[in-house]
Design a protein around this ligand. Structure first.
Ligand SMILES: Nc1nc2c(ncn2[C@@H]2O[C@H](COP(=O)(O)OP(=O)(O)OP(=O)(O)O)[C@@H](O)[C@H]2O)c(=O)[nH]1
Ligand SMILES: [Zn+2]
Length: 218
């Protein structure tokens, strides 16, 4: 079973906005808890960072921006808990199971900017098969932390191999790193492809080729 490893803490409430429409919107939202709150130290840090960059935080629109910014980052760094549901492989299914095109987003640990793309995750089953949604949940679990794409790819593959004990596992991720396309070298359109193949998918030529053919099909 996988459980949440990071949890947000309550941030200080922002000043009550003056505009009646905004008050009404807050009233509508009041029935449900804000999904993510960042610690006050993170809110203070965001305020300091923005001020240091010369951004004027006075005024209704920007007054709560440090709180929102810290909460947004907390959201991106907090995986949702889930249970790993598996079933007996009663039918003796022994071909590949591949979830293609799973959307992924994570934060590059060097710049704390998003990298965004798709993942293809598959395995060759052993004694048990996995609830299909769990392939996407495992990806989300390892995406919600400061990451590099290579580590994310190997963590997802390694974890599935360890927990499910299949005959083989394959993970391919293709992502755009905003730190590379929006800033710095500014190479728009560049995507990075990483892969991790374990067990039969690594060692057996036919399985290896079949997995890559399935994942690279457009
Ligand atoms: N290997 C790897 N590198 C990454 C990943 N995400 C970002 N990077 C790179 O991390 C490197 C950090 O390099 P630095 O030279 O310290 O940072 P920088 O001065 O901002 O570099 P530029 O991005 O080239 O402007 C950059 O080359 C990024 O492209 C990733 O997932 N994997
Ligand atoms: Zn980066």
């Amino acid at each position: 079973m996988v459980t949440t490893s990071i949890s947000g803490t309550a941030a200080a409430a922002g000043a009550e906005p003056a505009h009646p429409l905004e008050k009404a919107a807050r009233g509508i939202r009041a029935g449900r808890p804000r999904p993510h709150r960042a610690p006050e130290t993170a809110v203070s840090g965001a305020r300091l960072l923005l001020s240091g960059l010369g951004i004027d935080l006075e005024g209704e629109s920007l007054r709560r921006t440090p709180e929102r910014m810290a909460a947004a980052l907390a959201e991106l760094l907090t995986p949702r808990p889930f249970e790993l549901t598996t079933f007996p492989n009663d039918g003796g299914y022994d071909e590949l199971i591949v979830a293609r095109g799973i959307p992924m987003r994570s934060l590059c640990e060097h710049h704390m900017l998003p990298f965004v793309g798709t993942a293809h995750i598959g395995y060759l089953p052993g004694e048990r098969i996995l609830g299909l949604s769990k392939l996407a949940r495992v990806l989300e679990h390892f995406s919600h932390r400061p990451q590099v794409q290579e580590r994310l790819t190997t963590q997802v593959a390694g974890w599935l191999q360890e927990q499910l004990e299949p005959a083989g596992v394959g993970v391919v991720i293709e992502a755009e790193h905003l730190c590379m396309t929006l800033r710095g070298v500014q190479a728009p359109g560049t995507t990075t492809i990483t892969s991790s193949l374990l067990g039969t998918l690594r060692d057996d030529g036919r399985s290896h080729a079949e997995f890559l053919a399935l994942t690279y099909r457009r």
